[in-house]
Design a protein around this ligand. Structure first.
Ligand code: ZN
Length: 312
């Protein structure tokens, strides 16, 4: 195992995809009105975010928060420099996303057979074959498709995941023609060591195709894992405002890495994201009041204060 390389090995620019509207809101029972979601999206774009996952096309009976997916997409402002994406779980979701006018969708399968059966009701073998069909449908509809793998760094049911299975599925999805590939630490079990090891190999396999890291801060290693991923060649990350979101496996656990926390740290390292952490922090605070709860991120509370100093 090689140690994390020097500062000079870090990229000068990192791309962030805001997933608060999806990964953050999906676990909330209080329904956010469509108009408010559209305001949030506008505010994120105003803050410099250029990739926003706006919703998921899932069974509204299962996730009522996402029941307005079509209406929301109809209200999006067309902007050539912004990618609006949605999460899809099956062929029906892809058809709905395409009909709603989206140009990019994200789809992923769990690399844990156990988790796949419990979460998606299919074996890993079945999920892999269904995924191939989804890609074909998406391509036919002219969409760009982000493929992906969940539970890459560990599963709360199965424990360790064999990296060879991860690499095998990565290769399979690349062969199927995904436009980028996301490695998700759905459970927050990744460590800087495993991130570095797995990302380095996946970046090599991807051979120029964008590799995205989706990190949850469940065990408090979120930003440490970002630092391990950067020298391995990953410079795309999924985040949520305020670190909103949870963990389907652990009640009350913290959510994704927070957009403003990541932006803040990277800017202090001289790495540009194009995102204004102060503006994102204001969005997070407005949502904390809306839900009347505290999010697990850090900077959204600190950046509200003008009585203390910050190092920029
Ligand atoms: Zn997630």
């Amino acid at each position: 195992m090689e140690p994390v390389k020097a500062m000079t090995q870090y990229p000068s620019r990192v791309v962030i995809e805001e997933q608060g509207l999806r990964d953050g809101l999906q676990s909330e029972k209080t329904i956010v009105p469509t108009a408010k979601k559209l305001e949030l999206i506008d505010a994120l774009v105003d803050a410099g975010v250029r990739r926003v996952q706006v919703t998921s096309f899932v069974n509204p009976g299962l996730i009522p928060q996402m029941a307005d997916a079509e209406e929301l997409c109809a209200g999006l402002k067309e902007r050539a420099d912004v990618i609006y994406s949605a999460l899809v779980l099956n062929a029906r979701g892809i058809e709905r996303a395409a009909a709603a006018g989206l140009k990019h969708v994200s789809a992923s399968i769990s690399v844990s057979d156990n988790h796949s059966r419990k979460n998606a009701n299919v074996s890993l073998v079945e999920a892999r074959s269904r995924f191939a069909d989804m890609i074909k449908i998406g391509k036919k509809r002219g969409l760009t498709i982000g493929g992906g793998l969940q539970c890459v760094f560990g599963c709360r049911f199965e424990g360790a995941i064999d990296p060879e299975v991860v690499f095998d599925i990565v290769k399979e999805q690349l062969d199927q023609g995904v436009d980028e590939i996301t490695l998700a630490d759905s459970t927050g079990m990744a460590s800087p060591h495993s991130v570095q090891e797995i990302c380095a190999r996946v970046v090599e396999l991807a051979n120029g195709t964008t590799v995205v890291l989706h990190l949850h801060d469940t065990e408090g290693k979120g930003l440490a894992n970002v630092l391990a991923a950067l020298p391995a060649g990953v410079n795309h990350f999924d985040t949520t405002f305020g670190g909103m979101g949870g963990c389907p496996f652990i009640k009350g656990a913290s959510g994704n890495i927070a957009t403003e926390d990541l932006v803040w740290m990277l800017s202090q390292m001289g790495i540009d994201t194009g995102v204004d952490a102060v503006k994102v922090a204001a969005i997070s605070r407005s949502l904390e009041s809306f839900f009347n709860k505290q999010f697990s991120g850090k900077m959204h509370r600190l950046l509200a204060r003008d009585d203390i100093q910050f190092l920029r």
